[in-house]
Design a protein around this ligand. Sequence first.
Ligand SMILES: O=C(O)CCC(=O)C(=O)O
Length: 297
Amino acid sequence: MLTQEQKDFYDTNGYLLVEDAVTPLQLARLLDITDRLIDASRAVTESSDVYDLDDGHGPAAPRLTRIKIPHQRDPYFWDVLRHSAMTEVLTDLLGPDTNLLTSKLNTKAPGGGRAVEWHQDWAFYPHTNDHLLAFGLMLEDVTPDSGPLMVIPGSHRGPVLSHHMNGVFAGAIDPDDPLFERHRAVTLTGRAGSMTVHHVRTLHGSAPNLSERARKILFYEIAAAHAWPLLGSGSYFHALGQRRFWDDLNDRMITGKPCLQPRVEPVPVRMPLPPAPVTGSIFKTQQSAGAKSAFSQ
Ligand SMILES: O=C(O)CCC(=O)C(=O)O
């Protein structure tokens, strides 16, 4: 699926924009399921295992920051990851054996939907090596004013910046960190059906949604099977016990099979501890830890 040029671009820059990652039919179905999930949130009054609510959410006008783990809400989110051009992009970049860490549908509401402060996913879930990435499938057109993903090219090869603030893991860097080269940021806009890919160490963030449309991006966070989690979102499985853990891991394989020999590489790791006061989503982590904003809201 990817050309050698695209693979080289990803290696050098730590990100990629891929057009037509799903077919028009797949896109329409994903959007329909998403809109039904958003509609069902009208009755919800508090953030839950399914929804992360934004300020001003109510029955008349749903305002969500996120639908959590969509592939557990509807199997089609899982199907599409396994049977689309996305699957090929995945094996092109991570090899034949891959597993899904988690999924999330960031649905920035129109007219002000939340910024995501600058961060590196790696800081949230360090592994034995950094062969991990995130896909961001645009369910609707993403424009410069709708809070698109922004990345710092090449930052996946640079340092892992501090994501601690006020003595806790804040899930965001300090925008005044001298290592943060904000002037080099690239904005990733595209037509519905396009997909961003970013390396687990690539610095990224996004501004509030100032447009009158919701910005719906479906994110999948994915690891090569030889990368084993040290801590973070994948580490819930330490609490499962070995049998349930094994079943869970097999259920999360996207392609190929589990790998029982982790590849251990000399990667920079700082544990995401102590946790922020509220950790239900990146929005809650950043807000409750008092992360400094890089975006004026
Ligand atoms: O929604 C976005 O623009 C960025 C999402 C992100 O980086 C995250 O949820 O970790």
